[in-house]
Design a protein around this ligand. Structure first.
Ligand SMILES: NCC(=O)N[C@@H](Cc1c[nH]cn1)C(=O)O
Ligand code: ZN
Ligand code: ZN
Length: 476
């Protein structure tokens, strides 16, 4: 194994510019899943993935998840691409998952460069939408296969792949495919690995055993039949924006306390073992300040900050559709506004119960306003929180792989973000699921100037390959 891995590392180093060019090619496809007008690009990206699997002699099939309705339009969902590389019954079979869609990005949001043109800056950062979330990690798996092929070295495990194009928009259709394929495409799977999260800081790798869930809501408030002049009608009508601002103010305090009754009821109590797991982590407030480019953190100690991120629910206000948001001073009264917010959930919160609390509370608060406007609350998508057992050999193998590549023992972390299908893989396949991140905390996923450091991309490719070798040595 050592000799093979050394050859593999040398090949990855040698081919690193090829890998960067490959990343440039995929970042240039603006596969934004939450924007109906960009859906054709998500399909283009799905085709790119299929062509790449064909080039690498990976058997693949697509599953068509059908259609969904978004912003009043019925849209085709992008394909779920299933891959199979190796069918040797003597080897372990590892399922890897990634998503080929990305978050929206506009230069005018504040990007220093065009978001869909990969730029390598003087710090060795590969800047572009999707570089770290999640195109770089998907390419990491493909690069690792290619490097082995170039060397004529067989992979030590069989691979199954599942690449989707709707993760940033609720993973619509994927749960059903996973359940349906549990005894089909995924039947031989022994362990699952997802590379779609980040190190805790910027220098020490981690492996991750927990994620928060998400329940995403829209609150629509309708009033006048059309937008109005505030000079002519201000003071005469119930204004939807005023109602929405009031409702928003009733959801969460500036200190992050969720005001919706019942929401905290099902939060699992913190155990002594969990409490003890925080201090050894390579994390402090400066790590957090560095990741957010500011110092406006709620907590004044890093352990409470981590608990706030991983261990307790949070509620974030995201935006208002229909509100005036352009520069200038337009004196409009918007006729209809749609507020968007989400709740990150933790064990043992249940999406259906969260919905019930949220909808009841907003309707009650709205009733108190005496407004003649109409309100409607709807959950757009929901995913459950996930926690895995980190004693499993899957984690032991990943930790050994980190030690080999980075010469350091990884931190064992949870994460505040959500990958809704993680729990579906765990439950439907009844197999251990591991998160093995490639990028750093400061990568700016979902934000402006998203980047993946060249070193994380290259060493991350080595890590994914090494993990497969380490896993192949374990009996389970
Ligand atoms: N890298 C994982 C990730 O970014 N997940 C998203 C998932 C999501 C849910 N709704 C919209 N996106 C996250 O925000 O955590
Ligand atoms: Zn992601
Ligand atoms: Zn994301």
């Amino acid at each position: 194994m050592d000799a093979h891995l050394n050859q593999f590392y040398a090949q990855v180093d040698k081919d690193q510019n090829i890998y960067v060019e490959r990343l440039r090619e995929v970042v240039a496809i603006p596969s934004v899943s939450s924007d109906a007008s960009m859906r054709n690009h998500v399909f283009r990206m799905g085709e790119w993935v299929q062509n790449e699997l064909k080039r690498l002699n990976v058997e693949y099939e697509i599953r068509d998840p059908g259609t969904h309705v978004m912003d009043g339009h019925t849209l085709q969902l992008p394909p779920i691409v299933l891959g199979a590389y190796g069918r040797d019954p003597a080897k372990k079979t590892v399922l890897v998952y990634g998503h080929y869609d990305v978050q929206p990005a506009l230069k005018e949001d504040g990007w220093a460069t065009e978001p869909f043109e990969l730029v390598e800056n003087e710090k060795g950062e590969l800047v572009g939408r999707g570089s770290t979330d999640d195109k770089g990690p998907i390419l990491g798996w493909l690069n690792a296969i290619e490097a082995h092929q170039k060397l004529g070295i067989e992979l030590p495990v069989n691979l199954r792949m599942c690449f989707e194009g709707m993760e940033e928009n609720g993973s619509e259709g994927l749960d059903d495919v996973i359940v349906a394929e549990a005894k089909g495409w995924f039947k031989d799977v022994d362990a699952v690995c997802i590379s779609d999260n980040y190190w805790l800081g910027d220098s020490k790798p981690c492996i991750t055993y927990g994620l928060r869930g998400i329940s995403y809501y829209k609150v629509t408030i309708k009033g006048p039949g059309r937008d109005l002049h505030s000079g002519v009608f201000g003071g005469t009508v119930h204004e939807p924006m005023t109602d929405l601002a009031y409702i928003f103010s009733k959801l969460v305090t500036p200190q992050g306390k969720i005001l919706i009754p019942g929401i905290m009821d099902d939060v699992a109590p913190l155990t002594a073992a969990e409490e003890a797991s925080y201090p050894p982590l390579d994390f402090n407030l400066s790590t957090l300040h560095n990741a957010i480019d500011a110092q406006n953190t709620i907590h004044d100690n890093h352990i409470d900050a981590l608990k706030g991120r991983w261990r307790y629910p949070s509620l974030s206000l995201h935006g208002i559709e229909g509100a005036f948001s352009a520069p200038g001073a337009k004196t409009v009264i918007p006729a209809k506004v749609i507020g968007k917010f989400s709740i990150r959930s933790v064990p043992n919160m249940v999406p259906e119960k969260i919905d019930a609390h949220v909808i009841k509370y907003i309707n009650e608060e709205f009733a108190k306003l005496g407004s003649k406007n109409q309100v409607e609350v709807e959950c757009l998508h929901a995913g459950k929180p996930w926690v895995a057992s980190f004693e499993h050999p899957n984690y032991v193998a990943a930790a050994k792989a980190v030690e080999r590549v980075f010469k350091v023992k990884p931190d064992l972390t949870r994460e505040g973000g959500s990958i809704p299908v993680t729990l579906t893989f765990q439950d439907a396949l009844n197999k251990n699921v591991l998160l093995l991140p490639m990028g750093r905390s400061s990568d700016g996923a979902h934000s402006i100037n998203e980047k993946l450091d060249r070193s994380n991309y290259i060493e991350g490719t080595k890590l994914l390959g090494t993990y497969l070798w380490e896993l192949s040595t374990h009996q389970f």
